[in-house]
Ligand binder design. Structure first.
Ligand SMILES: [Zn+2]
Length: 663
């Protein structure tokens, strides 16, 4: 079973924003799901470089366009790596070994089939879209997407006979009802094609940035005709038949709803003309809006996906995008909503569950559980697995995520109902206690397996705590989501996974600290151990605080007493190393004049080589609640002045000995 999926390739004239990241993250979830389901999966991403906007941007910066594209490739790859995207291949349209021969072969094949002819073109051309806009699509004379006035362009072009393919396309849509998903896009495309198709320009005259038209070297292939071919080029079209035959046709193209037309009309017509098989499916996802506006550079309302990923790691962002936006429709991103869902799903529900299982198992059974027959939870798990699979198979990622969380909520309720802390008081109920803990741990294990395509890092960590430390590539959906009725395993109690966000303060605090502040002890006899969230045991998901209004932009004034609560200390850096998989974080071991050195994770990696920090004196916030980042606990924070050129240390003069209070 093979599965080849692709995402749209991106123009590189600006770096990715949350809207771009949304597509890649959801595609990554589908790719990981297919791997988990046992498919041999090939996940392709890439960059679209033959754009006049890229050419202009490079010229503005006084750079050679190719050198500029090389730099941007690193920018894009860096963002994608930090969002934990598992692409198998990354193609660039300036790739001379793969993409050039593919484009030239397909252009020639369309010409040989009589589908390319010479003509003159005039019309409205939007630079932002890099395409001609029919008069009827303009709103008050402007591009509806870019809100700019298009240019009237008249030039000699080569044309592709798209009009000829209207009947063949309509037949293909009728014979293959799942070719275009979701249904709203299918209906749009059907209406468009039924209304008749015009031939399209496939070349631009008098430009140098692009792939030369094989039968007319004075022209380059038009950027859209060029870009679409990347999907076939990457897997060998025009340069490696064996590889091409292995992977083509693609199983799924994932694209934004604004470019579904290119992928469902022009691309299949090009493939028909070149006598190449059509992809099995095109999925047109919706847009992520920020406070009701589409995120775009021109609109100036970009959310940097890395801001979200840097705060809590990529998993909470991935979960939010998958679970809160019905896949195929539009959705909203606001920080308030993001924090609300983080607290509800992760801190209070899943994170709480993992901690409760681990801490009670540690306390009552030295961390050991022995699987039993499986009670009510086993049935709920089986239902969750079935609805998860059905949803994920049709790319309903939001429903898949919700199915997994139904099992998480059921397990939390099960604990509340069975009250293991009461069972633990009666030695005669030891078997019953073990049964409850084993069943809950089993539910956690299955839920984490279901969530692994969505939250790969967290799921791996949860599974490790539940006694399964195999790499994710060794897991299979059918085997690993079946309820296990025998076997014994060791559960690890390793602290809070997701500290709650306190909306009113805009800071994260660890749960043990919060419980301490509130002066709370265990309720209903449930032990409070390190990392046990202070959520009521009976209804873990119901304690979400109402969303708070965004904090005022004005910095609040604090009193000298407030300041005195912050313990600033000098510290000396003993060790420094890069955190694997993080471009920003360094792991520091510092001497703060205490019995033991502290470990602090600091976002300094983009400004300092780790070696350069060893022996340096710094200032730390010593009484900041410990924070979990990328699986490690950071015990404090480094004070640094952050400016355009990156962070710089506050302490430059001759330092006081480690541990000196700074005031
Ligand atoms: Zn436009």
């Amino acid at each position: 079973m093979k599965y080849f999926l692709t995402t749209a390739i991106d123009f590189v004239n600006s770096k990715p924003h949350l809207g771009t990241a949304y597509e890649k993250i959801t595609a990554d979830i589908i790719a990981r799901y297919r791997r988990l389901a046992g498919f041999e999966t090939h996940f392709l991403m890439g960059n679209d470089e033959h754009s006049q906007n890229v050419f202009k941007k490079a010229a503005e910066q006084g750079k050679d366009p190719l050198a500029y594209c090389d730099e941007m490739e690193q920018v894009f790859r860096d963002v994608w790596t930090r969002l934990d995207l598992s692409f198998d291949d990354f193609i660039r349209t300036t790739d001379r070994k793969r993409h050039f021969p593919a484009v030239q072969k397909m252009a020639q094949a369309c010409l040989d089939n009589g589908d390319i002819y010479e003509g003159a073109y005039e019309g409205w051309y939007c630079d932002g879209c890099e395409s001609f806009k029919p008069e009827k699509d303009l709103v008050e004379g402007r591009c509806p997407i870019h809100k700019t006035k298009p240019q009237w362009i008249k030039e000699k072009n080569w044309f592709f006979r798209l009009s000829k393919y209207q009947p063949a396309l309509l037949k293909h849509y009728a014979d293959n009802p799942s070719f275009i998903e979701p249904e709203i896009r299918r209906n749009e495309i059907l209406r468009l094609v039924e209304g008749g198709l015009e031939d399209i320009s496939m070349s631009r005259a008098g430009q140098s940035w692009g792939i030369p038209v094989p039968f007319d070297p004075t022209s380059v292939v038009y950027v859209w005709f060029d870009a679409l071919i990347n999907y076939a080029a990457a897997v060998g079209y025009g340069w490696d038949d064996e590889q091409f035959n292995k992977w083509w046709p693609a199983s799924l193209h994932i694209v934004g709803k604004d470019i579904t037309r290119f992928h469902c009309v022009i691309w299949p017509a090009m493939l028909m003309s070149a006598k190449v098989a059509l992809p099995a499916q095109v999925f047109g996802h919706g847009w992520v809006y920020f406070k009701g506006e589409r995120m775009s550079k021109t609109m100036g309302n970009i959310v940097d996906p890395l801001d979200a990923a840097d705060r809590f790691g990529p998993d909470p962002l991935r979960l939010y995008l998958a679970k809160e936006i019905p896949y195929g429709g539009d959705g909203d991103f606001t920080w308030e909503r993001f924090e609300e869902k983080y607290n509800a799903d992760l801190a209070n529900n899943l994170g709480n569950l993992v901690n409760r299982v681990a801490s009670m198992t540690e306390r009552y059974q030295q961390g050991r559980v022995k699987a039993t027959g499986g009670g009510a939870l086993a049935g709920i798990a089986a239902e969750s697995v079935a609805s998860y699979r059905a949803s994920m198979d049709r790319h309903a990622l939001h429903e898949g995520a919700a199915s997994a969380f139904r099992l998480v909520s059921a397990a939390n309720n099960y604990i509340a109902e069975t009250q293991p802390w009461s069972l633990a008081k009666d030695p005669a109920k030891a078997d019953q206690l073990n049964g409850v803990l084993a069943d809950t741990a089993e539910a956690v294990r299955i839920a984490a397996t279901l969530l692994s395509p969505i939250m790969p890092t967290a799921s791996t960590e949860i599974l490790r705590r539940m006694g399964d430390d195999r790499p994710s590539k060794d897991r299979r959906l059918d085997v690993d989501t079946a309820w296990r009725t025998s076997g014994e395993r060791q559960i690890l109690n390793a602290g809070a996974l997701w500290p709650r966000i306190e909306a009113e303060k805009g800071v994260t605090v660890t749960e043990e600290n919060k419980a301490g502040q509130a002066g709370e002890a265990g309720r209903a006899g449930e032990p409070v151990t390190q990392g046990t969230p202070a959520a009521p045991a009976t209804a873990p998901a119901a304690v979400v605080p109402p969303a708070q209004p965004a904090p005022p932009a004005q910095p609040a004034v604090i009193t000298i007493d407030d300041f005195a609560k912050i313990e600033l200390k000098t510290a000396k850096v003993l060790e420094a190393e890069r955190m694997p998989k993080s471009q920003r974080l360094l792991k520091l071991k510092v001497d703060a004049g205490e019995a033991e050195p502290r470990t602090i994770l600091a976002g300094l990696a983009e400004s300092y080589e780790p070696e350069a920090l060893i022996g340096k004196s710094i200032v730390i916030v010593a009484n900041l609640a410990p924070r979990k980042m990328m699986g490690l606990e950071s015990q404090g924070m480094v004070l640094a002045a952050s400016g355009e050129t990156g962070p710089a240390f506050v302490l430059n003069s001759e330092p006081a000995p480690p541990g000196t209070r700074v005031r």
